[in-house]
Design a protein around this ligand. Structure first.
Ligand code: THU
Length: 128
């Protein structure tokens, strides 16, 4: 299954009763497996979590801590831009040149990189 199909599939499982905005994310771990996540909202709005965070949590729970590719999809006017917090979360687990594909359900895609999404990211190496 392609990352797009995996992200589309998991997007349908999003729990987004407040925003009505469903997001799906699929990533490839360094083990070659695909991990998926969807946004999970909460009546206490700030407690909601993004699709990217869910996919990263699934990867880490499987014992994998690097990702080599990530795909994010939503039904919006332009390929869905990850929020600032998710850019930081992705940067924690991916090299700067890792491709990030942003997409719409309608079929538009834009591929960028982790480094382009968050230039100058604060990383663990900054605490050495
Ligand atoms: N959302 C994501 O899951 N990922 C993004 O990259 C952008 C925003 C979610 C959070 C919230 O559940 C909904 O979209 C509206 O902000």
């Amino acid at each position: 299954m392609s990352l797009r199909d995996a992200a589309l599939f998991v997007r349908e499982r999003a729990y987004a009763p407040y925003s009505g905005f469903k997001v799906g994310a699929a990533l490839k771990g360094s083990d070659g497996a695909v991990y998926r996540g969807c946004n999970v909202e909460n009546a206490a709005y700030p407690e909601g979590t993004c699709a990217e965070a869910g996919a990263i949590a699934a990867m880490v729970a499987a014992g994998v801590s690097r990702l080599t590719e990530i795909y994010v999809i939503a039904d919006c006017p332009r390929p869905v831009p990850p929020c600032g917090g998710c850019r930081q979360k992705i940067a924690e687990f991916a090299d700067a040149d890792v491709p990030v594909t942003l997409a719409t359900v309608a079929g538009e895609e834009m591929t960028t990189t982790v480094g382009e999404l968050l230039p100058g990211a604060f990383l663990s190496s900054d605490m050495e």
